[in-house]
Design a protein. Structure first.
Length: 437
């Protein structure tokens, strides 16, 4: 008799469970945002989850960009892929040529009847993730670009105008000379050598980094980094290094601590570093545009995109795609975009989000935070949409290896740039062979 009563009570309890809770579809989102950015991602998911009851987005940290992309591809092959995978920009070509692995954002939104206008996005951002047929392949998410940071206190000590940073490379040289004369041990350094001093440098001067429109037009692209403009620039950096004006501090973001500590007065890096600098720097700093050579026609143009985008994996049930479409619509709202921009330092990838941020007074309270947007808001050209090449991560490693031999005095810039082209093109041909099968 007791057993019957318990069974009856269990059945009665089950009838009062919300049918919405039982029917809720879970959407897996694999990402690479760690530290404070994990909280940001979780808050975005929570905000969406609280805005409706049909879907639940579950963010899962899968390691750094390379680790999460590798895990995502492996999971797809095993039939266990997430619904959404965050992929860094250098993995874009690999995702595009992974035939059948993903569905385009345009397709997802259209199939689920959600209005989506690509013209709302900043051109230099949207164009990077757009196919020749106009389809948006992945959703721009945490987009960044390269900027110049400088130590205003060090500038003042050197007698430089801290509110008027150098805009050209000639002005940068004069500033570093003044900084050195004032006793600054490291007038200038840089993070991400390949990204800042070759990829963005070329785009900022409206010059190609590779043939085939930087790889957008096909797999036959070849690197074009040993050209007169790039050679001029690395000869300039080499001379500055020999004079103690430029100090190489290591690969990727290894130069970051040297700037944050006040050792180096100028650095080049990601616009997404702004929030961390504001939190950690013990000095007043400024953010400005990349320098350019004033005699180069077409300069400055716009810089190339960094960061990552959100890809939708193929082979999922239709209700999952409906949930993904609604989630993308939610995080694309101008108010959400603006809040994310102000919180993280990543770009507001839509024009409306930029306008909201500007109207809020954020840029007046945080001088320089608008610089990356101003750099990217310009209309992109074939040379400045970005760089869409296979094996791009390995090519960046080659750039590091070869340019390090310039700073150590083992190679001249022309030999280093020539080797970057030769070794990089071998990787491009390997990628072409694999993806032309």
């Amino acid at each position: 008799m007791k057993i019957k009563k318990i069974a009856a009570l269990s059945l009665l309890s089950a009838t009062f469970i919300s049918p919405l809770a039982l029917a809720q579809t879970e959407i897996e989102w694999w990402h690479s945002m760690d530290g404070a950015l994990t909280d940001w991602v979780n808050d975005l998911a929570d905000g969406f989850n609280e805005s409706q009851t049909e879907f639940k987005v579950i963010p899962i940290y899968k390691g750094d960009y390379e680790q999460s992309m590798t895990a995502g591809v492996a999971a797809y092959r095993a039939g266990e892929a997430p619904d959404i995978l965050q992929v860094y920009e250098v993995g874009t070509a690999s995702m595009i040529y992974a035939d059948g692995v993903t569905k385009s954002v345009t397709e997802i939104m259209q199939e689920n009847g959600i209005p989506f206008d690509l013209n709302n996005y900043i051109p230099a951002v949207a164009s990077y993730y757009t196919a020749p047929n106009g389809e948006l392949l992945s959703l721009p998410f945490n987009s960044s670009t390269t900027v110049m940071y400088y130590n205003k206190d060090a500038f003042k000590k050197a007698g430089l105008d801290a509110e008027n940073p150098p805009k050209t490379w000639d002005e940068v040289r004069k500033a570093t000379e003044a900084l050195k004369a004032a006793g600054v041990s490291c007038p200038m350094t840089t993070e991400w050598m390949g990204w800042t001093q070759l990829e963005s440098f070329s785009a900022w001067h409206n010059a190609p980094y590779a043939s085939e429109n930087n790889g957008f037009d096909g797999l036959g692209a070849e690197l074009l980094v040993n050209q007169p403009l790039q050679l001029r620039h690395f000869n300039n950096l080499d001379a500055m290094a020999k004079e103690g004006l430029f100090h190489y501090k290591g690969r990727a973001s290894e130069a970051g601590p040297a700037f944050r500590s006040g050792e180096c007065a100028i650095t080049f890096g990601s616009s997404a570093s702004y929030a961390g600098l504001k939190r950690d720097a013990k000095f007043e700093f400024g953010e400005s545009t990349l320098p350019y050579y004033a005699d180069v026609e077409g300069a400055p143009q716009n810089t190339v995109i960094g960061g990552a985008s959100l890809w939708v994996m193929n082979g999922k049930p239709l209700d999952h795609y409906r949930g993904v479409a609604q989630f993308f619509d939610y995080i694309s709202q101008p108010e959400i975009q603006a809040a994310s921009h102000m919180r993280t330092g990543y770009l507001p990838v839509t024009k409306a989000a930029f306008e909201i941020t500007e109207a809020s007074g954020f840029y007046e309270e945080n001088p320089g935070a608008n610089v990356p947007v101003e750099q990217m808001i310009r209309k992109a050209t074939d040379n400045t949409r970005g760089i869409r090449l296979g094996n791009m991560l390995q090519i960046r490693a080659i750039v590091d290896e070869e340019t390090e031999q310039i700073w150590s005095g083992q190679k001249n810039p022309e030999a280093a740039l020539n080797n970057i082209e030769e070794r990089g093109n071998q990787l491009l041909r390997r990628f072409e062979r694999v993806n032309n099968r």
